[in-house]
Design a protein around this ligand. Structure first.
Ligand SMILES: Nc1ncnc2c1ncn2[C@@H]1O[C@H](COP(=O)(O)OP(=O)(O)OP(=O)(O)O)[C@@H](O)[C@H]1O
Ligand SMILES: [Mg+2]
Length: 350
């Protein structure tokens, strides 16, 4: 009998402490989560500064960053929880999607911990992890709810029907919203990661520049998005002004882009709430840290008496806590992997 079968036989318990390990991009993140809801310890070590020199994430630098940081991140998370490895009931790790070399560091590390302690190894989808960050934000949150998934690689409106069943109502046909933030930031001469820098600059914007309406005359799902046209319109605007030798007001551009990119997310999420009859909307993914999005949703949800779940900004961008929260759900299901687990650059959202 393999060690996994032995574990499946009797070790799964509803009261469990899970270590969540996340290394899919440029954050080396480890957290200790109790029963999928309570953060006992949490550490995030980011290599973002090293990437900012290059205007985006350099996969090789990200992998090296994880290798250098993973032990410290784990020790710090355990220390802040006041626990040792013996107290951990299972090791949850992001298996995908993400940068292959970066994922491999976390997967290999989690495997070694599971092997050494004889505890289960739980593979977790990075995106399901983002969604499950909401269970940490509100301990009483139960599905069903609508979530806006807005991150560096994804943009979607999702029905969370149960803890284990989601339905993607619509998603982006091209660029993700976070990717558009990063690309527009680059053209404005702002550093990576672009989102927070655009948000900061947008606060000084006064005049709205007209930008094209997304998916005009489009016949697909009304919940779909397209950020490529918006991004190109901003880039063309900047280039044309530069060619004519005219001055550009970067704050106005940042503000106009931010409104155009975010308003449509809010609009479609509220429509999904209305059409589904659900009473709750949540935010997931790095763009969920955007202050304008958070303020606008807060206002609209108050008006419409919709319950709003806004994870702390730290738990919108990549973190280990969300992997621990989703890992707990997978643990309860007995979704364990053996030591042949491999990292997956692409992992379909189902
Ligand atoms: N305050 C903010 N405003 C707008 N965008 C933001 C803000 N903070 C972070 N972002 C954006 O969020 C993205 C990072 O989010 P996240 O870490 O969830 O993405 P990812 O892990 O790279 O992609 P995915 O989760 O889809 O695999 C970046 O594109 C970043 O610019
Ligand atoms: Mg992410």
């Amino acid at each position: 009998m393999s060690y996994i079968e032995e574990i499946k036989k009797g070790v799964v318990k509803s009261d469990a402490v899970i270590m969540g390990i996340e290394t899919s991009c440029d954050e080396t993140a480890v957290a200790i989560i109790k029963n999928g809801r309570e953060i006992l310890g949490d550490e995030i070590i980011s290599s973002a500064i090293e990437h900012s020199k290059f205007g985006g994430v350099v996969p090789e630098i990200a992998s090296r960053g994880h290798t250098a940081a993973i032990l410290t991140a784990t020790e710090n998370a355990l220390k802040s929880a006041g626990l040792t490895l013996n107290d951990i009931d299972a090791f949850a790790v992001t298996e995908g999607a993400g940068l292959l070399g970066a994922l491999l560091v976390g997967v290999s590390f989690a495997k070694s911990l599971a092997y050494a302690t004889g505890k289960p190894l739980v593979p977790v989808s990075h995106i399901k992890g983002h969604i499950s960050a909401s269970y940490l934000a509100d301990k009483s949150l139960e599905p069903p709810f609508i979530t806006i998934l807005a991150s560096g690689g994804h943009t979607a409106i999702i029905k969370v029907k149960s803890y284990y069943e989601i339905e993607v109502l619509g998603s982006t046909l091209d660029d993700a919203v976070g990717e558009a933030f990063d690309k527009v930031a680059r053209v404005l001469g702002l550093k990576y990661p672009g989102g927070p820098n655009i948000e900061k600059l947008a606060k000084e914007g006064k005049n709205i520049i007209p930008l094209p309406k997304m998916l005009k005359n489009y016949e697909g799902s009304k919940y779909d998005f397209s950020y490529s046209g918006l991004k190109t319109a901003v880039i063309n605007y900047v280039h044309q002004k530069e060619q004519k030798g005219e001055e550009i007001n970067k704050a106005d551009i940042a503000c106009s882009f931010q409104c155009a990119a975010i308003d449509v997310l809010v609009e479609k999420a509220l429509l999904a709430v209305k059409e589904s009859g659900y009473k709750t909307v949540a935010v997931s993914g790095g763009v969920g840290a955007n202050g304008y999005l958070r303020e606008k949703l807060t206002l609209e949800c108050k008006k419409k008496k919709i319950k709003l779940i806004l994870p702390e900004k730290r738990y919108c961008t990549d973190n280990g806590a969300m992997i621990g929260a989703e890992g707990y759900l997978q643990y309860l299901k007995g979704n364990f992997a053996d030591l042949s687990l491999n990292a997956k650059a692409v992992l379909p959202l189902k």
